[in-house]
Design a protein around this ligand. Structure first.
Ligand SMILES: C[S@@+](CC[C@H](N)C(=O)[O-])C[C@H]1O[C@@H](n2cnc3c(N)ncnc32)[C@H](O)[C@@H]1O
Ligand code: SF4
Length: 424
């Protein structure tokens, strides 16, 4: 069951943003996230905003009608963001010559749910909509997530022909009993054939892993990491399994039918990931992300950590433009109904204060291997830096150069580091 949404302030029916949010638009990279809220079955651990076909009962944005609803939101997005260009052009002596033109898009990410529940031609149709409304930068990064059992050579070729550049596959584990506990529908052989199809189509490959599944030993985790190395992806994400409220996994843990591993197990597995991936030439560039070369990084996700602008299309999608954050109605039925009657699907929004923006910059920036400019940390937080270095959580040499960079231990305790940087 997807989790509840925040409340926030109401979003105007036309989706208009406050003028201050549009200042500087186009000077920062703009990304588009497209949320495709459909899965064949729901995995027991997942609380993402996603629905199976029977759950939807044919109402609202379904697999068949999703692309048209997304295109309607893209038209609205262009109007809202192009409004900003008009304001800017009028108010800044034509700094932007293209009044009424929305800024170009540098990254696109189709996430889910399972975007590849849609036929590839529908995904390409939505991408074409982005091109038409905004324009795509030369060399734009265009990713789709996919379950390994939804990728065939034909699907991969159609995505590549339509302009996609990367596919991120939810591999999760290479160990059958772990995949069974996670209730995954794929097996390790599906992952290999999906990787081969994606690579043969000329697309970059990323693999998602989960560690800390009940019953997973350290040796099982090593098996998964070694299987990843054999597949030679461009990029790897590894996430500790989170027990989300309201999921089947949470009920199993509460009843005691499954037991979650302890924090030491999680730390051992993270450290093993760093050793195995790092030893094979995959450098970490964010706490949960490793890539073989700088070109292998996910630029779209990097832009989230750097506080760039992005518009999230689709039911429940979140957006952020110039310090305003908003989120769409979650269910595909009201989402499609609102767009069909020309109303923004925005359910609520927050205008971040300067202090909230600063705290967010610290919270997100510290996650990156390049670290955080210590100039952003003041007062008691600045005084805490020496203690964080002494505790082995921040890199001492980087601190001397004026940057807060997490050590491996610091990456495991990033929340503590943020707390001490913000409050001393
Ligand atoms: C939208 S899914 C990826 C695409 C596709 N639906 C799949 O599962 O293969 C995004 C990723 O989130 C991660 N994820 C989802 N729920 C999680 C949880 N409770 N704990 C840790 N990772 C989770 C999984 O690694 C998953 O690959
Ligand atoms: S397939 Fe992916 S999005 Fe769907 S329920 Fe499983 S983890 Fe969640």
């Amino acid at each position: 069951m997807p989790s509840a949404q925040p409340v926030g302030q109401p979003v105007p029916a036309d989706g208009r943003l406050p003028e201050q949010a549009l200042a500087g638009l186009g000077e920062r990279p703009l990304g588009i996230y497209v949320h495709v809220p459909f899965c064949r079955v729901r995995c027991g651990y997942c609380d993402f905003n996603t629905y199976t076909v029977p759950e939807l009962g044919g109402h609202g944005a379904t697999v068949d009608t999703y692309a048209d609803a997304a295109l309607a939101e893209l038209r609205l997005a262009r109007e809202v963001l192009a409004g900003g260009r008009e304001v800017l052009a009028a108010g800044s002596a034509g700094r932007h010559s293209g009044a009424g033109k929305a800024p170009q898009v540098s990254t696109v990410f189709f996430g889910g749910g399972t975007p590849t529940m849609l036929p590839p031609l529908d995904l390409v149709k939505v991408l074409d909509g982005i091109r038409e409304q905004f324009g795509l930068d030369h060399g734009a990064e265009v990713t789709t997530e996919a379950n390994p059992d939804t990728i065939t050579p034909e699907v991969a070729e159609r995505l590549a022909a339509g302009g996609f550049t990367r596919v991120s596959l939810g591999m999760q584990s290479a160990v059958p009993h772990v995949l069974a506990t996670l209730e995954r529908t794929h097996d390790p052989a599906n992952v290999r054939s999906a990787v081969e199809a994606v690579r043969a189509a000329g697309l970059q490959v990323s693999l998602d892993l989960i560690y800390g599944t009940p019953g997973e030993s350290l040796e099982n985790w090593r098996t998964s990491l070694e299987a990843v190395l054999e597949l030679e992806p461009d990029h790897v994400s590894a996430y500790a399994l989170v027990v989300e409220d309201g999921t089947k996994l949470a009920a199993q843990v509460r009843r005691g039918t499954v037991q979650m591993p302890d924090d030491d197990d999680e730390a051992d597995k993270y450290e093993l990931a760093e050793r195995v991936l790092g030893g094979a030439g995959y450098g970490w560039y964010e706490i949960s992300n490793w890539s073989r070369a700088a070109e292998g990084r996910c630029r779209h996700n990097e832009s989230y950590w750097r506080g760039a602008d992005w518009w999230g299309v689709g039911p429940g999608a979140h957006s952020h433009v110039g310090g305003v954050r908003w989120w769409n109605v979650k269910h595909p039925a009201p989402y499609a109904e609102r767009l069909a009657s020309g109303v923004s699907p925005g359910a609520g929004r927050e205008v971040l204060t300067a202090e909230q923006q600063h705290d967010e910059e610290v919270l997100l920036g510290i996650r990156l291997a390049e670290g955080l400019d210590l100039g952003l940390v003041e007062g008691p937080g600045r005084l805490a830096v020496a203690g964080l270095v002494a505790d082995g959580l921040l890199d001492g040499r980087a601190a001397v150069r004026g940057r807060a960079v997490l050590t491996v231990r610091g990456r495991l305790l990033a929340d503590t580091v943020v707390h001490r940087l913000l409050s001393g």
